[in-house]
Design a binder for this molecule. Structure first.
Ligand code: SAM
Length: 217
């Protein structure tokens, strides 16, 4: 598909994987707004409640943390992201908009600097495309969850056959089907793995898929 203004769009969208500088901040603001339906779809499939502790892995500019803290005013959400730019924006937004702020730290999904069994829910939205090892990241999410805790991974791009436009704009990203993500959950030791999809038949947009699994042991 021919995309008008592709050069500029691509310079902006390349910041999805590793936001940096002014274009990185622009992309983070666009995601904070544009990913709101994905945040909602993710939270709708997690057993969240007031007083819980949650972890946002690949938290970007903090849009999901703000949204979740709006739904549950006494939830405490920590965030981690590989990009210093994302961490800086997320900290600013959380400080300005969240009543019960958690910690926002820089780090990577496959080596989470969080204690074992600390969280009720851990989620990762629109980020697993960029993780070098999905299963290692999921094993880390399982480690930091309490027994009975739930992990969720959400992606808008989950049809490898229709991912070309996004790969062109974003650069290197690994697009997996929800079934492949679900298998990675099982390989990481999660139980009760389920897939929730909507909008998958739209012609130019992939829809949204959320895969959830529970730590039983
Ligand atoms: C497309 S953005 C999504 C941000 C946010 N989750 C949202 O939906 O608004 C992807 C984010 O994942 C982060 N990221 C990429 N690889 C990562 C990794 N291995 N560990 C942690 N964060 C990572 C990027 O720095 C970026 O902030």
């Amino acid at each position: 598909m021919k995309i008008p203004g592709k050069g500029l769009l691509s310079r902006i969208f390349r910041n999805c994987a590793d936001p940096k500088g002014a274009l990185g901040r622009l992309m983070l603001r666009m995601m904070n707004f544009g990913h709101r339906p994905v945040y909602a779809w993710t939270f709708d499939h997690c057993p969240l409640a007031d007083g819980m502790r949650a972890l946002d892995v690949g938290c970007g500019g903090g849009g999901a943390i703000v949204e979740l803290s709006r739904r549950f005013s006494t939830i405490r959400v920590d965030g981690i992201d590989a990009s210093a730019e994302s961490v800086a924006m997320c900290r600013r937004r959380v400080a300005a908009r969240v009543a019960n702020p958690g910690e926002i730290v820089q780090g990577v999904a496959d080596a989470l600097p969080m204690a074992d069994s600390a969280y009720d829910v851990a989620y990762a939205i629109e980020t697993v495309y960029f993780w070098p090892d999905l299963c290692a990241g999921l094993r880390e999410m399982k480690r930091v969850l309490k027994c009975g805790g739930v992990a969720a991974v959400s992606v808008e791009c989950f049809d490898p056959a229709r991912a070309g436009v996004w790969k062109d704009l974003v650069g290197h990203m690994e697009v997996r089907t929800p079934e492949q993500i679900a298998q990675a959950f099982r390989d990481a030791g999660f139980a009760n793995v389920s897939i929730f999809k909507k909008g998958e038949n739209r012609p130019t947009w992939c829809g949204v898929a959320c895969v959830v699994g529970r730590r039983l042991a």
